[in-house]
Ligand binder design. Structure first.
Ligand code: NAD
Ligand code: 6OD
Length: 492
């Protein structure tokens, strides 16, 4: 791909009330492949956060609020068209910010960015509300029906791992339901959100309906936004600890909250699985995006009768992964997001080793002998031999790593898989249909895949139990979260 990185060596600006606005505070946007500076980013200050929120509030009362759902959703299809028209630029920007592979950016991240707008626009047009014919004991009759209204100003706060995909996954249904948006991408990945603001502008989204702020979390744009009295709802994807901070900041305003948070996902591999499929699917679930997908598997439970064979086969898969330049189309895995995150992942590797883990493969930082040595790479890593209480078995690493434990019976596997403070996703590999249903139902998670991983239908409920989240999005769950129903009771 020859497309240059959009806005390289320029300043990425905020988008407020239909205008692109710089700021006196600039921060560097770093390419994790080689540590080079891609461009600078204009950090929004408190006044700019206020301007964005108030322009959104005005837009709700203006033209946007008068559009029919069909007109609104036609505009969202134009946004999807705009992403597709600038597909290569979005790919180049996402790869530069994250170091993710060309394959992943072109098959997952950017196509889903466009698809999120199309799917939620179409779903919003067929959103229904409840209607009841009421007969009371005293003989009165009434008709009860609900009308949906937007929540108002929705703050969308996104993480760095799937930047465009996860931002649009929330803002598309919010806009389809008629809300106005102030979005903040991660400070690590400002680029595709900036391109999205350009696409919104060109698609004719009325000014103030979509605003974009760059900046950090604590004592920066993220926190200013969640504390703002005119923000009506916060929809957030990121770490559980950040979710807790946002919950506290939002408490005074009693804002509506939807959170998709961390995971420590388990995979259970039964002796009756299709072995090759289980190995290939598990490798994908551990190493995709360098393990930086909240749904990635970090704990594996494998039946003792196939344990050694499975560990050896997964080791082969890990060692076959090509780590390298994202633009090289044969690259499977790029760096992790930043040097800081690399140090965190490596510290987990070191803690596993000092706890006595067997290093099946990896465990360190690769050496290339070129500019990539200034990047944030880590080796795909497999550990065995640790207790279930070890730090690396308990805590989310968010890197290309898993620990594998043997089990002897189904109940033991289920108990170990559920023994976690998180409850986001699980995978179960078996060819026994009854076992598949029986085990999947017992997993304490928001989504359990059987003989698959990250197979998505955007109409289905998505979210986590325990520390992994609050609420569900996806399909009507998203539209319901982003809507306020008013029930109207008419005495007949
Ligand atoms: P993070 O929580 O550090 O940051 C996410 C966003 O929150 C960023 O935009 C950041 O600037 C902002 N933020 C940070 N502190 C804030 C504060 N006090 N107030 C307001 N905003 C604040 O998460 P991350 O490191 O970007 O992403 C990785 C984490 O996200 C992992 O834990 C991963 O599991 C989780 N995640 C979960 C899902 C899911 O669907 N459950 C999806 C993707 C990522
Ligand atoms: O595919 C999705 O819709 C989704 N919300 C994925 C989340 C991935 C977490 O990193």
């Amino acid at each position: 791909m020859n497309t240059p990185i959009p806005h390289a060596d320029a300043v990425l600006r905020n988008y407020i009330n239909g205008e692109f606005i710089s700021s006196a505070m600039l921060f560097d946007n770093i390419n994790p492949v080689d540590g080079s500076i891609i461009n600078q980013v204009a950090e929004a200050d408190k006044t700019m956060v206020d301007d964005a929120v108030m322009s959104a509030k005005r837009a709700l009362k203006g033209e946007w609020g008068q559009l029919s759902v069909d007109q609104r959703c036609a505009l969202l299809h134009k946004v999807a068209d705009g992403i597709e028209a600038r597909f290569d630029e979005f790919v180049a920007a996402e790869m530069a910010d994250t170091g993710k592979s060309f394959f992943q950016a072109t098959t997952i991240d950017i196509p889903r960015g466009a698809a999120n707008f199309r799917i939620f626009a179409d779903l919003a047009k067929s959103q229904s509300t409840e209607c009841f014919h009421t007969h009371t004991q005293d003989g009165s009759k009434a008709l009860n029906y609900a009308v949906n209204k937007p929540l108002g100003v929705v703050a969308v706060i996104a993480p760095w791992n799937l930047p465009l995909l996860l931002m649009t996954w929330k803002l598309a249904p919010a806009m389809a339901a008629g809300n106005v948006i102030v979005a903040k991408p991660s400070e690590e990945t400002p680029a595709t959100a900036t391109l999205l603001a350009e696409v919104m502008h060109d698609a004719g989204i009325p000014k103030g309906v979509f605003n974009l702020l760059h900046g950090f979390g604590h004592q920066s744009a993220g926190e200013f936004l969640t504390q703002h009295e005119h923000v009506d709802a916060v929809t957030f994807t990121g770490e559980s600890r950040t979710g807790s901070a946002i919950m506290k900041a939002s408490a005074d305003g009693v804002k509506a909250l939807s959170f998709e948070l961390g995971g420590k996902n388990a995979g259970i591999i039964f002796e009756d699985c299709d072995f090759d499929e289980a190995v290939a699917g598990t490798a994908r679930s551990v190493f995709t995006n360098g393990g930086q997908v909240c749904l990635c598997t970090e704990r594996l439970y494998v039946h003792r009768s196939i344990f050694d064979k499975f560990v050896a086969a997964l080791k082969d898969k890990a060692e076959q992964l090509k780590i390298g330049w994202p633009l090289d189309q044969s690259t499977d895995m790029g760096p992790v997001i930043s040097h800081k995150h690399r140090d965190k992942v490596v510290a987990y590797y070191e803690s596993a080793i000092s706890d006595g883990a067997t290093v099946v493969t990896g465990g360190g930082v690769p050496k290339f002998g070129d500019a990539r040595d200034n990047g944030a790479f880590v080796e795909p890593t497999i550990f065995t031999g640790l207790s279930e209480q070890s730090k690396i078995v308990k805590e989310e690493v968010f890197g290309p790593v898993c620990h594998i434990t043997p089990f002897d019976d189904e109940d033991e596997a289920i108990n170990m898989a559920n023994d976690s403070r998180y409850g986001l996703a699980a995978t179960v590999w078996t060819t026994n249909l009854q076992r598949a249903h029986r085990v999947a139902e017992q997993m304490d998670v928001g989504i359990c895949w059987v003989n698959a991983w990250y197979l998505r239908d955007l109409r289905t409920p998505f979210g986590g139990m325990k520390l992994s989240g609050v609420g569900r999005e996806g399909g009507v769950h998203s539209l319901n979260f982003y809507s306020e129903p008013t029930n109207i009771c008419i005495k007949l």
